[in-house]
Ligand binder design. Structure first.
Ligand code: RBF
Length: 351
């Protein structure tokens, strides 16, 4: 049975995108491609561990893969992509990925988040023919899997630095907020400590008020958490809670507080309220790694880590809404810190 039909009872939440180019390969759709590159039919399945809408990491993943497939197909190869949302019940994800692998419908399954390595390792043991591309996660030594993770210590450090600088500017108490959807090892061991480290580089008295929404969608709950933090004197909040972020930014705007955005440029979400965007270039990563796969050049078995110097982790400074939201002095200090990461003067390894 095909994975698409298994999930078809929830069609309204699933985005099916087939991109065909039949120039050279009329009528051979359904044939299995292999990893060797040209001359075969490629069918790529993107597994979204959650819901696409409102989660920038997933939107960037899907669009990067789609762009690569579209470009590859336009050169006369046959390639298609199907995006499947796994939904918010994390207990179902391994079964859903297994169903995709068992269907033999995809020569490559692409996914993204730090819980996928364990899931994919289990699925891979049962379906050794299935190849995987994982972003935002690390799995080394499985010859069916290529993974690439981001240095999120750098990303969180840049977020913490701007949050602290702006708090100082607002003469606030030396406390900044972090509203996360849930706890997971990367959050607890990299993002939260990296955020604190960045803030303490501005002033070592800074502390982080850490709050959990409990899921990736409850904007009302996230807004309540933000209101509570603001009532306790917090002026700047980083939010990492998917579509629940909307509640944080709305509440912050109403109450005169500021927000730092994560993963994607957020200045346009609430201009003047979103004062920083510490981003991942996940669309570029998804495009580049999918293209590598389609050309038969993806080094399965390998795990790579990328950061600011590679251009995959960044802080967006060249947006006019960033310049409008913050004083020149704050932006100058932020720019100097980012320069020090680029030059290697400020090293934040291990993230
Ligand atoms: N990030 C999102 O933006 N939306 C999600 O639905 C989402 N679900 C996640 C589920 C799990 C189990 C884990 C470990 C992470 C999830 N992330 C999600 C977080 C994402 O991988 C990344 O850490 C953050 O986007 C920060 O870069």
């Amino acid at each position: 049975m095909k994975a698409g039909s298994i999930f078809s009872h929830r069609l309204h939440r699933h985005l099916y995108l087939y991109l065909f180019s039949a120039l050279l390969c009329m009528g051979c759709g359904g044939e299995q491609g292999d990893a060797s590159g040209t001359g075969t039919t490629h069918s790529i399945g993107v597994f979204i561990p959650g819901v696409l809408s409102g989660s920038a990491v997933y939107e960037m993943l899907a669009s990067g893969v789609q762009k690569a497939v579209e470009e590859f197909a336009s050169s006369g190869e046959e390639a298609r992509v199907l995006v499947i949302e796994g939904g918010y019940n994390q207990a179902e994800w391994e079964t859903k990925v297994s169903v995709m692998a068992a269907s033999r419908s995809y020569d490559l399954i692409v996914s993204s988040n730090p819980s996928l390595p364990v899931i994919v390792n289990n699925v891979s043991a049962k379906f050794p023919y299935q190849r995987f591309l994982l972003l935002d996660g690390e799995l080394e030594g499985n010859s069916s899997v290529y993974s690439m993770r981001y240095n999120q210590r750098e990303q969180a450090y840049m977020a913490g630095y701007i949050a602290a600088l702006q708090t100082e500017e607002m003469n606030g108490e030396r406390r900044i907020g972090l509203i996360a959807a849930q706890e997971y090892p990367v959050m607890n061991q990299i993002i939260l400590p990296g955020y604190l480290e960045g803030a303490q580089a501005v002033n070592d008295l800074f502390q982080v008020e850490f709050r959990l929404v409990g899921n990736w969608f409850d904007a009302v709950k996230a807004g309540e958490l933000a209101a509570d933090l603001i009532a306790r004197g917090v002026n700047v909040i980083l939010c990492v809670s998917g579509s629940a972020n909307e509640g944080v930014v709305q509440t912050a705007e109403n109450l005169g507080a500021k927000v730092v955005w994560f993963d994607v440029n957020g200045y346009g979400v609430r201009p003047g309220t979103v004062i920083g965007s510490a981003v991942l270039r996940q669309e570029e990563a998804a495009y580049f790694q999918t293209m590598r796969y389609l050309k038969g050049e993806l080094p399965f078995g390998k795990a790579e880590a990328v950061g600011v110097k590679d251009g995959y982790v960044d802080f967006i400074q060249d947006d006019p809404r960033y310049r409008a939201a913050l004083s020149f002095a704050v932006r100058e200090k932020q720019a100097l810190m980012i320069k020090r990461i680029h030059s290697g003067d400020l090293l934040l390894p291990g993230g």
